[in-house]
Ligand binder design. Structure first.
Ligand SMILES: Cc1cc2nc3c(=O)[nH]c(=O)nc-3n(C[C@H](O)[C@H](O)[C@H](O)COP(=O)(O)O)c2cc1C
Length: 364
Protein backbone atom coordinates (compact mmCIF):
# COMPACT_ATOMS: atom_id res chain seq x y z
CA UNK A 1 0.00 0.00 0.00
CA UNK A 2 1.17 3.52 -0.76
CA UNK A 3 2.53 5.32 2.31
CA UNK A 4 -0.07 7.55 3.84
CA UNK A 5 0.62 11.27 3.87
CA UNK A 6 -1.02 11.36 7.29
CA UNK A 7 1.82 9.19 8.56
CA UNK A 8 4.61 11.46 7.37
CA UNK A 9 6.44 13.66 9.88
CA UNK A 10 5.74 17.37 10.13
CA UNK A 11 7.37 20.30 11.88
CA UNK A 12 5.07 22.18 14.23
CA UNK A 13 6.81 25.10 15.91
CA UNK A 14 9.84 23.59 17.64
CA UNK A 15 8.47 20.04 17.44
CA UNK A 16 9.00 17.42 14.78
CA UNK A 17 5.82 15.36 15.01
CA UNK A 18 5.93 11.74 13.82
CA UNK A 19 2.64 12.08 11.94
CA UNK A 20 0.04 14.62 10.85
CA UNK A 21 -2.82 13.17 12.86
CA UNK A 22 -4.11 15.49 15.57
CA UNK A 23 -6.59 14.53 18.25
CA UNK A 24 -9.15 17.32 18.25
CA UNK A 25 -10.08 19.00 21.55
CA UNK A 26 -13.12 17.29 23.07
CA UNK A 27 -14.99 18.10 26.25
CA UNK A 28 -16.04 14.88 27.98
CA UNK A 29 -17.39 16.13 31.33
CA UNK A 30 -15.45 13.52 33.28
CA UNK A 31 -13.46 15.67 35.69
CA UNK A 32 -15.58 15.95 38.87
CA UNK A 33 -14.67 19.03 40.88
CA UNK A 34 -13.05 20.41 37.68
CA UNK A 35 -9.83 18.50 38.50
CA UNK A 36 -8.26 16.08 35.97
CA UNK A 37 -8.01 12.56 37.37
CA UNK A 38 -6.50 9.12 36.74
CA UNK A 39 -9.33 8.12 34.37
CA UNK A 40 -8.67 11.23 32.26
CA UNK A 41 -4.94 10.35 32.21
CA UNK A 42 -5.73 6.82 31.00
CA UNK A 43 -8.03 8.15 28.24
CA UNK A 44 -5.42 10.51 26.83
CA UNK A 45 -2.57 7.97 27.15
CA UNK A 46 -4.63 5.47 25.13
CA UNK A 47 -4.75 7.99 22.26
CA UNK A 48 -1.10 9.05 22.33
CA UNK A 49 -0.17 7.60 18.96
CA UNK A 50 -1.54 10.87 17.54
CA UNK A 51 1.28 13.20 16.59
CA UNK A 52 -0.39 15.90 18.64
CA UNK A 53 -3.18 15.81 21.21
CA UNK A 54 -5.14 18.95 22.00
CA UNK A 55 -6.72 18.72 25.44
CA UNK A 56 -10.40 19.19 25.97
CA UNK A 57 -11.37 22.81 26.61
CA UNK A 58 -9.86 23.82 29.93
CA UNK A 59 -11.14 26.81 31.89
CA UNK A 60 -8.53 29.51 32.52
CA UNK A 61 -10.39 30.76 35.61
CA UNK A 62 -13.51 30.05 37.63
CA UNK A 63 -15.16 32.84 35.65
CA UNK A 64 -14.19 31.01 32.45
CA UNK A 65 -16.05 27.82 33.44
CA UNK A 66 -19.22 27.06 31.54
CA UNK A 67 -20.57 24.15 33.54
CA UNK A 68 -19.49 21.61 36.17
CA UNK A 69 -17.13 18.63 35.69
CA UNK A 70 -15.06 20.21 32.93
CA UNK A 71 -11.42 20.65 33.95
CA UNK A 72 -9.69 23.91 34.76
CA UNK A 73 -6.13 25.16 35.05
CA UNK A 74 -6.55 27.80 37.72
CA UNK A 75 -5.58 25.85 40.88
CA UNK A 76 -2.48 23.90 41.88
CA UNK A 77 -4.62 20.79 42.31
CA UNK A 78 -5.75 21.03 38.69
CA UNK A 79 -2.15 21.57 37.61
CA UNK A 80 -1.07 18.42 39.47
CA UNK A 81 -3.91 16.47 37.87
CA UNK A 82 -2.83 17.62 34.42
CA UNK A 83 0.78 16.65 35.14
CA UNK A 84 -0.31 12.99 35.35
CA UNK A 85 -2.02 13.39 31.98
CA UNK A 86 0.99 14.92 30.23
CA UNK A 87 3.37 12.35 31.81
CA UNK A 88 1.27 9.51 30.39
CA UNK A 89 1.05 11.09 26.94
CA UNK A 90 4.77 11.87 26.79
CA UNK A 91 5.67 8.34 27.89
CA UNK A 92 3.91 7.13 24.72
CA UNK A 93 5.57 9.64 22.43
CA UNK A 94 2.92 12.27 21.64
CA UNK A 95 3.00 16.01 22.18
CA UNK A 96 0.12 17.68 23.97
CA UNK A 97 -1.21 21.25 23.88
CA UNK A 98 -3.77 22.55 26.34
CA UNK A 99 -6.83 24.26 24.90
CA UNK A 100 -7.35 27.44 26.94
CA UNK A 101 -11.04 28.16 27.37
CA UNK A 102 -13.21 30.98 28.61
CA UNK A 103 -16.91 30.33 28.06
CA UNK A 104 -17.91 33.98 28.28
CA UNK A 105 -21.68 34.27 28.25
CA UNK A 106 -22.21 30.49 27.89
CA UNK A 107 -22.23 29.97 31.63
CA UNK A 108 -24.59 30.56 34.54
CA UNK A 109 -24.49 32.44 37.86
CA UNK A 110 -24.71 29.03 39.63
CA UNK A 111 -21.32 28.16 38.09
CA UNK A 112 -19.76 31.62 38.39
CA UNK A 113 -17.77 32.89 41.39
CA UNK A 114 -20.09 34.53 43.96
CA UNK A 115 -23.12 33.89 41.75
CA UNK A 116 -22.11 36.68 39.36
CA UNK A 117 -23.45 37.08 35.86
CA UNK A 118 -21.18 35.58 33.19
CA UNK A 119 -19.27 38.10 31.09
CA UNK A 120 -19.70 38.75 27.38
CA UNK A 121 -18.82 41.37 24.80
CA UNK A 122 -22.32 42.90 24.84
CA UNK A 123 -25.42 42.65 26.99
CA UNK A 124 -27.41 40.62 24.46
CA UNK A 125 -29.73 37.80 25.51
CA UNK A 126 -28.32 34.50 24.20
CA UNK A 127 -30.77 31.74 23.37
CA UNK A 128 -30.41 28.31 24.90
CA UNK A 129 -29.68 26.55 28.15
CA UNK A 130 -26.53 25.46 29.94
CA UNK A 131 -25.71 22.66 32.38
CA UNK A 132 -25.54 23.61 36.07
CA UNK A 133 -25.46 21.65 39.35
CA UNK A 134 -29.25 22.07 39.28
CA UNK A 135 -29.80 20.75 35.73
CA UNK A 136 -29.99 22.68 32.47
CA UNK A 137 -31.04 26.30 32.91
CA UNK A 138 -31.56 29.20 30.51
CA UNK A 139 -28.64 31.48 29.73
CA UNK A 140 -28.68 35.01 31.17
CA UNK A 141 -27.96 38.33 29.55
CA UNK A 142 -24.21 38.62 30.24
CA UNK A 143 -22.44 41.47 31.97
CA UNK A 144 -20.68 43.50 29.28
CA UNK A 145 -16.95 43.23 29.94
CA UNK A 146 -15.67 46.76 30.57
CA UNK A 147 -12.52 47.59 28.58
CA UNK A 148 -10.89 48.48 31.92
CA UNK A 149 -11.21 44.79 32.92
CA UNK A 150 -9.37 43.45 29.89
CA UNK A 151 -5.94 43.59 31.61
CA UNK A 152 -7.34 41.44 34.41
CA UNK A 153 -8.68 38.94 31.84
CA UNK A 154 -5.33 38.87 30.04
CA UNK A 155 -3.70 38.22 33.41
CA UNK A 156 -6.01 35.21 33.89
CA UNK A 157 -4.97 33.85 30.48
CA UNK A 158 -1.32 34.39 31.31
CA UNK A 159 -1.58 32.66 34.70
CA UNK A 160 -3.36 29.70 33.07
CA UNK A 161 -0.67 29.54 30.36
CA UNK A 162 2.01 29.46 33.04
CA UNK A 163 0.24 26.69 34.93
CA UNK A 164 -0.12 24.72 31.68
CA UNK A 165 3.65 25.00 31.26
CA UNK A 166 4.23 23.90 34.85
CA UNK A 167 1.88 20.95 34.23
CA UNK A 168 4.16 19.67 31.46
CA UNK A 169 2.23 20.65 28.31
CA UNK A 170 4.15 21.29 25.09
CA UNK A 171 2.16 24.37 24.17
CA UNK A 172 -1.27 25.97 24.38
CA UNK A 173 -4.14 26.44 21.96
CA UNK A 174 -6.23 29.58 22.37
CA UNK A 175 -9.87 28.59 21.85
CA UNK A 176 -11.45 31.29 19.71
CA UNK A 177 -14.22 29.16 18.23
CA UNK A 178 -17.43 27.31 18.98
CA UNK A 179 -19.31 30.26 20.43
CA UNK A 180 -17.15 30.89 23.50
CA UNK A 181 -15.79 34.21 24.79
CA UNK A 182 -13.25 35.02 22.07
CA UNK A 183 -15.65 33.86 19.34
CA UNK A 184 -18.31 36.07 20.94
CA UNK A 185 -15.94 39.01 20.50
CA UNK A 186 -15.03 38.01 16.92
CA UNK A 187 -18.58 37.71 15.58
CA UNK A 188 -20.88 40.63 15.01
CA UNK A 189 -24.05 38.83 16.14
CA UNK A 190 -22.73 38.81 19.72
CA UNK A 191 -20.37 41.82 19.66
CA UNK A 192 -22.15 45.17 19.36
CA UNK A 193 -19.50 47.17 21.17
CA UNK A 194 -18.46 50.59 20.01
CA UNK A 195 -15.15 50.78 21.83
CA UNK A 196 -11.70 49.46 20.85
CA UNK A 197 -13.00 45.84 21.08
CA UNK A 198 -16.00 46.10 18.74
CA UNK A 199 -17.13 47.59 15.47
CA UNK A 200 -15.04 46.80 12.40
CA UNK A 201 -13.51 43.38 11.97
CA UNK A 202 -10.06 44.40 13.17
CA UNK A 203 -11.48 45.76 16.38
CA UNK A 204 -13.43 42.54 16.91
CA UNK A 205 -10.15 40.61 16.49
CA UNK A 206 -8.37 42.75 19.04
CA UNK A 207 -9.17 40.74 22.17
CA UNK A 208 -8.04 37.50 20.50
CA UNK A 209 -4.78 39.13 19.42
CA UNK A 210 -4.18 40.51 22.90
CA UNK A 211 -4.81 37.07 24.41
CA UNK A 212 -2.37 35.56 21.91
CA UNK A 213 0.15 38.20 22.98
CA UNK A 214 -0.40 37.47 26.68
CA UNK A 215 0.05 33.70 26.38
CA UNK A 216 2.97 34.20 23.98
CA UNK A 217 4.70 36.13 26.77
CA UNK A 218 4.77 32.80 28.61
CA UNK A 219 5.29 30.33 25.78
CA UNK A 220 6.69 32.31 22.87
CA UNK A 221 4.41 32.42 19.79
CA UNK A 222 5.91 29.26 18.32
CA UNK A 223 4.23 27.14 21.01
CA UNK A 224 0.86 28.90 20.77
CA UNK A 225 -1.87 27.74 18.39
CA UNK A 226 -5.30 29.24 17.75
CA UNK A 227 -8.60 27.55 16.92
CA UNK A 228 -11.47 29.25 15.10
CA UNK A 229 -14.80 28.11 13.63
CA UNK A 230 -16.02 30.91 11.35
CA UNK A 231 -19.24 29.30 10.09
CA UNK A 232 -20.11 26.64 12.64
CA UNK A 233 -23.29 27.35 14.59
CA UNK A 234 -22.14 25.01 17.39
CA UNK A 235 -23.13 26.37 20.79
CA UNK A 236 -25.93 28.89 20.60
CA UNK A 237 -25.75 29.67 16.91
CA UNK A 238 -23.29 32.52 16.88
CA UNK A 239 -22.84 33.91 13.42
CA UNK A 240 -21.02 36.67 11.64
CA UNK A 241 -22.42 38.68 8.73
CA UNK A 242 -19.16 38.26 6.76
CA UNK A 243 -17.27 35.18 7.97
CA UNK A 244 -14.95 35.15 4.94
CA UNK A 245 -13.67 38.61 5.85
CA UNK A 246 -13.46 37.56 9.49
CA UNK A 247 -11.45 34.42 8.74
CA UNK A 248 -9.19 36.22 6.26
CA UNK A 249 -8.50 38.97 8.80
CA UNK A 250 -7.85 36.55 11.66
CA UNK A 251 -5.44 34.51 9.55
CA UNK A 252 -3.56 37.60 8.31
CA UNK A 253 -3.21 38.97 11.80
CA UNK A 254 -2.17 35.63 13.30
CA UNK A 255 0.44 35.33 10.59
CA UNK A 256 1.93 38.59 11.86
CA UNK A 257 1.83 37.20 15.41
CA UNK A 258 3.87 34.20 14.15
CA UNK A 259 1.83 31.67 16.09
CA UNK A 260 2.67 28.00 15.74
CA UNK A 261 -0.47 26.96 13.86
CA UNK A 262 -4.08 27.77 13.13
CA UNK A 263 -6.74 25.11 13.56
CA UNK A 264 -9.92 25.72 11.61
CA UNK A 265 -13.26 23.98 11.99
CA UNK A 266 -14.45 24.10 8.39
CA UNK A 267 -18.23 24.27 7.95
CA UNK A 268 -20.55 23.13 10.74
CA UNK A 269 -19.44 20.57 13.31
CA UNK A 270 -22.94 19.72 14.47
CA UNK A 271 -26.25 18.76 12.92
CA UNK A 272 -27.19 22.33 11.97
CA UNK A 273 -26.01 23.64 8.59
CA UNK A 274 -23.05 26.01 8.37
CA UNK A 275 -24.06 29.66 8.66
CA UNK A 276 -22.38 30.45 5.29
CA UNK A 277 -20.31 28.78 2.57
CA UNK A 278 -16.84 30.26 2.51
CA UNK A 279 -13.58 29.50 0.76
CA UNK A 280 -11.27 27.83 3.28
CA UNK A 281 -8.85 26.60 0.63
CA UNK A 282 -8.04 30.14 -0.44
CA UNK A 283 -8.05 31.61 3.08
CA UNK A 284 -5.49 29.16 4.43
CA UNK A 285 -2.77 30.75 2.30
CA UNK A 286 -3.19 33.98 4.27
CA UNK A 287 -1.57 32.26 7.23
CA UNK A 288 2.13 31.66 6.83
CA UNK A 289 2.46 28.48 8.88
CA UNK A 290 0.88 25.08 9.49
CA UNK A 291 -2.88 24.84 9.03
CA UNK A 292 -4.82 22.14 10.88
CA UNK A 293 -8.07 21.38 9.10
CA UNK A 294 -10.97 19.84 10.97
CA UNK A 295 -14.47 18.59 10.62
CA UNK A 296 -15.83 15.25 9.50
CA UNK A 297 -12.59 14.11 7.89
CA UNK A 298 -12.17 10.45 6.99
CA UNK A 299 -8.94 8.72 6.07
CA UNK A 300 -9.69 9.29 2.37
CA UNK A 301 -10.71 12.94 2.63
CA UNK A 302 -7.75 13.69 4.91
CA UNK A 303 -5.32 12.15 2.42
CA UNK A 304 -6.89 14.13 -0.36
CA UNK A 305 -6.72 17.42 1.61
CA UNK A 306 -3.04 16.84 2.41
CA UNK A 307 -2.19 15.94 -1.17
CA UNK A 308 -3.91 19.10 -2.45
CA UNK A 309 -1.98 21.25 0.03
CA UNK A 310 -5.27 22.22 1.68
CA UNK A 311 -3.72 21.60 5.12
CA UNK A 312 -0.53 20.38 6.78
CA UNK A 313 -2.30 18.43 9.52
CA UNK A 314 -5.79 17.04 10.03
CA UNK A 315 -7.57 16.82 13.36
CA UNK A 316 -10.03 14.07 14.14
CA UNK A 317 -12.57 14.28 16.93
CA UNK A 318 -15.32 11.69 17.02
CA UNK A 319 -13.16 9.03 15.35
CA UNK A 320 -10.71 9.38 18.25
CA UNK A 321 -13.42 8.92 20.88
CA UNK A 322 -14.30 5.51 19.46
CA UNK A 323 -10.83 4.48 18.28
CA UNK A 324 -8.06 4.92 20.82
CA UNK A 325 -5.63 3.44 18.28
CA UNK A 326 -6.90 5.48 15.32
CA UNK A 327 -3.37 5.93 13.95
CA UNK A 328 -2.72 2.18 13.88
CA UNK A 329 -6.11 1.54 12.29
CA UNK A 330 -5.43 4.10 9.55
CA UNK A 331 -1.96 2.61 9.02
CA UNK A 332 -3.35 -0.94 8.69
CA UNK A 333 -6.49 -0.01 6.81
CA UNK A 334 -8.36 -1.65 9.69
CA UNK A 335 -12.08 -1.16 10.32
CA UNK A 336 -13.11 1.53 12.79
CA UNK A 337 -15.17 1.15 15.97
CA UNK A 338 -18.47 2.98 15.89
CA UNK A 339 -19.15 5.89 18.22
CA UNK A 340 -21.78 5.34 20.91
CA UNK A 341 -23.57 8.70 21.10
CA UNK A 342 -25.25 7.74 24.38
CA UNK A 343 -22.03 7.68 26.39
CA UNK A 344 -20.27 10.78 25.05
CA UNK A 345 -20.87 12.82 28.21
CA UNK A 346 -21.76 10.15 30.80
CA UNK A 347 -19.65 10.22 33.95
CA UNK A 348 -17.63 6.98 34.05
CA UNK A 349 -15.22 4.84 32.02
CA UNK A 350 -17.95 3.43 29.77
CA UNK A 351 -17.74 5.04 26.36
CA UNK A 352 -14.52 6.70 27.49
CA UNK A 353 -11.67 4.26 28.14
CA UNK A 354 -13.36 0.99 27.17
CA UNK A 355 -13.37 1.26 23.36
CA UNK A 356 -11.25 -1.71 22.23
CA UNK A 357 -7.93 -1.31 20.48
CA UNK A 358 -6.93 -3.75 17.71
CA UNK A 359 -4.46 -5.35 20.14
CA UNK A 360 -7.18 -5.98 22.68
CA UNK A 361 -9.47 -7.42 20.03
CA UNK A 362 -6.70 -9.74 18.81
CA UNK A 363 -5.98 -10.93 22.35
CA UNK A 364 -9.67 -11.55 23.13
C1 LIG B 1 -17.93 15.24 22.44
C2 LIG B 1 -17.34 16.44 21.77
C3 LIG B 1 -16.75 17.43 22.53
C4 LIG B 1 -16.14 18.54 21.91
N1 LIG B 1 -15.49 19.44 22.69
C5 LIG B 1 -14.75 20.42 22.10
C6 LIG B 1 -13.88 21.24 22.87
O1 LIG B 1 -13.73 21.06 24.09
N2 LIG B 1 -13.19 22.21 22.21
C7 LIG B 1 -13.30 22.39 20.86
O2 LIG B 1 -12.65 23.27 20.30
N3 LIG B 1 -14.08 21.58 20.11
C8 LIG B 1 -14.78 20.60 20.69
N4 LIG B 1 -15.50 19.73 19.92
C9 LIG B 1 -15.43 19.83 18.45
C10 LIG B 1 -14.38 18.86 17.91
O3 LIG B 1 -13.08 19.25 18.33
C11 LIG B 1 -14.41 18.81 16.38
O4 LIG B 1 -14.26 20.12 15.91
C12 LIG B 1 -15.71 18.22 15.86
O5 LIG B 1 -16.03 17.01 16.54
C13 LIG B 1 -15.62 17.93 14.36
O6 LIG B 1 -14.56 17.04 14.10
P1 LIG B 1 -14.85 15.47 13.79
O7 LIG B 1 -15.82 15.44 12.68
O8 LIG B 1 -13.51 14.88 13.44
O9 LIG B 1 -15.45 14.88 15.04
C14 LIG B 1 -16.15 18.64 20.50
C15 LIG B 1 -16.78 17.66 19.75
C16 LIG B 1 -17.35 16.56 20.35
C17 LIG B 1 -17.97 15.48 19.50
Amino acid sequence: METLRLLSPVQLGPYLLPNRIVMSPMTRNRSPGEVPNALNAEYYAQRASAGLIISESTAISREGLGWPNTPGIFTDEQMDGWRHVTDGVHARGARMFMQLWHCGRNSHPLTQPDGQLPIGPSAIQPTGTVRTHEGRLPLHVPRELPAAEVPRLLGDYKAAAQRAMDAGFDGVEVHAGNGYLLDQFLKDSSNRRQDAYGGDVLKRCRLLLEVVGAVSDVWGPQRVGVRVSPTSPTNYRLSDSNPQLLLDTVLRELSKSRVCYVAVVEGSSNAMPATHQIDYAQARHLFDGPYIANNAFTLASAESALSQGRAELISFGRLFIANPDLVQRFANGAPLNRLNEETIYTPDHRGYTDYPSLDKLAAA
